[in-house]
Design a protein around this ligand. Structure first.
Ligand code: WT7
Length: 644
């Protein structure tokens, strides 16, 4: 039914938008006819200290592999996000802050942002940071998190932001993998009225891996121990630091940041993005998809620990001279009306959030929404996972009072920015569909053999041509980059997602088709959770699959085989959940642990996840052929003892 539901472009939006249907058609056509010309225009949105003459230089061919954009140009990302706006907007608010505590807020103008970024950049230099060094950020959602990212960019250091919800072990692993010499953190974070012991977690992580310096921001004022010679309190050195810092000229292809994300195998990989292409794509897509116009108040509820926070809280909006709202809290605290109270308080025009938040709020009833005004809202966005049509329609009807287009934006950490999304002034909407590719983006649905399908089709989703925001490598493991993304379907970028394209050419993302879970919009590898489980002394073997979850989209279902001398118990179940939280972080907590005396394996010992998925989904009548299993009886046992 929802396939047929269509929501037309409102006239007032189409008239005022950057791009209307005609302009879109023209742009798509010109991008196809003259790609170099089209992409040159995208690159020219930025200020270059040395203009580029080369535009796209890409080959997805294994033999001759390269991804290079604007490669002879030089620029600095912090200059593009700050300095170039100073002549016109020094006194405009760059960052609006809304604290976890509703009585706490603040703002920072572009002039203030400039001074603060320069200060921190100078502090980092004093701590020994140089161009090319890696710096890990483990921060609360406060303006200084954005300042720290931009300070790294200013001096040419490569930041690696680790989400504040990750455990000390996860943090340590990421510090080690990229060889960070400095960690920037805060004493504590605040979220939903609770304190997060960031500095204590850093201390724990640093028991196993050493760094030269820890720069700690005082935020809650908690009394935290400092290590002599290693730890520096930002507030102690800030005043003495100059508010001017000459930006480091960077080559377009110099790294800007590393961001760790989960894959289907092994440890999380360090996705590396470079300076010119990434920033140009973040800026272009932010303007186009959110139809951003000067003066708009823009709010993305993500955390800077995820790519959404990088591209659509910090780099995209600031490169466009926008006012971006940084929110420390959560949508459901102190109550389920928080988002709409914040929208009214700051007169937010553009609101971008995740389906999981919408589903959680929808459950609390419409009154929390309708008790607010929301007349400032013009546009709503969704990201992170497929949005079910019910949540989409609620978002549109209740939150947007039926007048705000909803842009369902499909992209990935790897893509740097949005690739498939409606454009507010262009695209007739279908609830649940990310609709069409942005100009210049070339998606393809392929067969399992890699043949490109035309027309209505369903299958693995690839992208056949590069775009500037594409990741360039897996930090420290270029082979893994090529293996993961360019080998299943040679010559194409494989997204890991499946998609359906309908007869109108609209894309419907069906979800991951590899062993990656999407839990509340957070990406988790089943392999990571399994290895956390088997690191517990009671566990002999574990297999993790996703299952449909009303709020989280997907939940984590863990099948656990205990060692021979262990007995299943409620205490042990709790201990395993606690163990996974400690190893990875609360986001990876198993929702269900099913004791499994045996796991369904082929005769060669491969775990049949297909069967485990079906059992978790409670589709036990559709298990398919189990006769090739080494021991088919284990399946009967799992079906019989399925919890819930
Ligand atoms: C995976 C990427 C994109 C930034 C946040 C997540 C899923 C993302 C959508 C969407 C359906 C979506 C995909 C993708 N995903 N957006 N609009 N519709 N699925 O970034 O952690 O790298 O995860 O999230 O499965 O591959 P990420």
């Amino acid at each position: 039914m929802t396939d047929q539901t269509r929501i037309p472009v409102p006239d007032h939006i189409a008239q005022a938008a950057h791009m209307d249907a005609e302009a879109y058609a023209r742009t798509v056509e010109s991008a196809a006819r003259d790609p170099q010309g089209f992409w040159r225009g995208v690159g020219e949105r930025l200020d270059w200290s040395r203009p580029f003459t080369e535009v796209k230089d890409v080959s997805f061919d294994r033999q001759d592999f390269r991804i290079r954009w604007f490669a002879d140009g030089e620029l600095n990302a912090s200059v593009n996000c700050i300095d170039r706006h100073l002549p016109d907007r020094a006194d405009q608010t760059a960052i609006l802050f809304e604290g976890d505590d509703p009585s706490v807020d603040g703002r920072m103008t572009y002039a203030e942002l400039h001074a603060e970024v320069c200060r921190m950049a100078n502090v980092l230099k004093d701590l020994g940071a140089k161009k090319g060094d890696r710096i890990t950020l483990y921060m609360p959602m406060i303006p200084l998190a954005a300042v720290a990212m931009l300070a790294c960019a200013r001096i040419g250091a490569v930041h690696s932001v680790v989400f504040g919800g990750f455990s000390p072990d996860s943090l340590g692993g990421r510090i080690e993998d990229c060889g960070s010499t400095i960690v920037i953190t805060a004493d504590e974070g605040k979220r939903g009225g609770k304190r997060i012991p960031l500095k204590a977690n850093v201390d724990k992580a640093l028991e196993k891996v050493a760094v030269d310096k820890v720069l700690m921001i005082r935020w809650t004022g908690a009394d935290v121990p400092l290590t002599e010679g290693r730890d520096v309190v930002y507030e102690d050195v800030r005043e003495a630091a100059s508010t001017e810092c000459a930006p480091e000229p960077m080559n377009a292809e110099d790294p800007l940041f590393i961001l760790y994300t989960s894959g289907s195998t092994g440890k999380p990989k360090g996705v590396l993005h470079t300076t010119g292409g990434y920033l140009a794509w973040a800026a272009y897509t932010h303007e186009l998809v959110f139809d951003y116009k000067p003066g708009d108040i823009y709010w993305c509820t993500a955390d800077v620990g995820w790519v959404t926070g990088h591209s659509y809280i910090v780099y995209g909006p600031l490169a466009n001279g926008a006012t971006t709202l940084v929110f420390e809290g959560v949508p459901t605290w102190p109550d389920a009306g928080r988002c709409w109270q914040v929208v009214d308080k700051h007169k937010v025009n553009i609101f971008y959030t995740a389906p999981t938040a919408l589903r959680a709020l929808m459950r609390e009833g419409d009154d929390w929404v309708t008790n607010s005004d929301r007349s400032s809202l013009r546009l709503l966005g969704s990201v992170g996972e497929p949005i079910n049509p019910e949540a989409w329609l609620w978002y549109h009807r209740v939150v947007g009072d039926g007048r705000c287009p909803v842009v369902d934006t499909w992209w990935q950490t790897e893509t740097g920015g949005i690739l498939i999304s409606p454009l507010p002034g262009v695209t007739e909407l279908k609830p649940g569909s990310a609709t069409k590719p942005l100009p210049g983006v070339m998606p393809a649905i392929v067969t399992n053999e890699g043949d490109i399908l035309q027309g209505a089709a369903e299958g693995p989703l690839c992208i056949t041509e590069s775009w500037p925001g594409q990741m360039r490598t897996v930090y420290g493991d270029h082979n893994r980059f090529i293996e993961t993304y360019f080998t299943t379907f040679p010559g194409k970028y494989f997204t890991g997602d499946g998609a359906r394209r309908d007869a109108d050419g609209y894309y419907w993302i069906t979800g991951r088709i590899d062993d990656v879970l999407n839990v509340s919009g957070h990406r988790l590898g089943t392999a990571e959770i399994e290895s956390a489980l088997v690191s517990h002394p009671a566990v002999s073997e574990a297999a993790v699959v996703g299952y449909p979850h009303d709020i989280k989209g997907q939940g984590v279902w863990a099948y656990v085989t205990l060692k021979a001398d262990q007995e299943p118990s409620e205490d042990l179940r709790k201990a395993l959940v606690t163990h996974v939280r400690a190893e990875i972080g609360p986001i990876a907590s198993p929702d269900v642990i099913q004791w499994a005396p045996g796991l369904p394996k082929t005769r060669s010992g491969k775990i049949m996840r297909r069967i485990l998925r079906k059992i978790a989904e409670n589709e036990t009548s559709a298990l398919g052929d189990t006769s090739t299993l080494a021991d088919p009886s284990v399946v009967d046992d799992l079906v019989r003892n399925r919890p819930g």
